[in-house]
Design a binder for this molecule. Structure first.
Ligand code: FES
Length: 179
């Protein structure tokens, strides 16, 4: 039987609206920091939005043109959302040990798409990522900027049901993350 939604749904680790500042402060004084900051941004949000790139550049003191040089050079970076809801399944060590592979498989089965692909209607994109920074809540899945925690390997359907209920909240959190 599925765990109640409230018990498995938590806010993302970064405070709403402060995600870009947190990333900028974390990376701006480190060598090679721009790529790492962009990588973390894409891991959290699923792609590098123009508004996020502008704010990140402003807070790190990097011109937008330089950010786009990096983003367009590496195929890894996406500048457009591959799906409206980007479901990122953490396969980092803590999550892996607690059954994240099963969570990914059950989501893939539920959505009928393999990892790294979007549903034909572009509503959902399923991807595997490395540590989302909340290992104590493993295994975790983030959807845009919202985190679902302590999942069971066969919770794929439960996660999709939670997303459907939470869609307005997910969209509001995504907007506030780049304010
Ligand atoms: S390993 Fe999954 S959140 Fe850290």
């Amino acid at each position: 039987m599925s765990t109640p939604i409230e018990a498995t749904t938590v806010k993302a680790a970064a405070p709403k609206g402060d995600m870009i500042s947190t990333l900028a402060n974390k990376w701006k004084s480190k060598p090679g920091s721009l790529i790492m900051a962009l990588h973390e941004l894409q891991t959290k949000v699923g792609f590098v939005q123009r508004e996020s790139a502008m704010r990140l550049g402003h807070e790190m003191g990097v011109p937008l043109a330089q950010i786009y040089e990096v983003v367009t050079f590496y195929n890894y970076f996406k500048t457009e959302a591959p799906g409206k809801y980007i479901i990122s399944v953490c396969l980092g060590t803590a999550c892996h040990l607690k059954g994240a592979g099963g969570v990914l498989a059950s989501l893939s089965k539920e959505l009928n798409v393999p990892e790294g692909h979007s549903t034909p209607d572009k509503e959902y994109h399923l991807q595997a990522v490395r540590c989302l920074g909340c290992c104590g809540l493993a295994p975790v899945v983030s959807v845009n900027n919202k985190v679902y925690a302590k999942l069971k390997p066969d919770d794929g359907r439960h996660v999709i049901e939670c997303i459907q209920i939470d869609k307005p909240m997910i969209e509001a959190e995504q907007e506030s993350a780049v304010d």
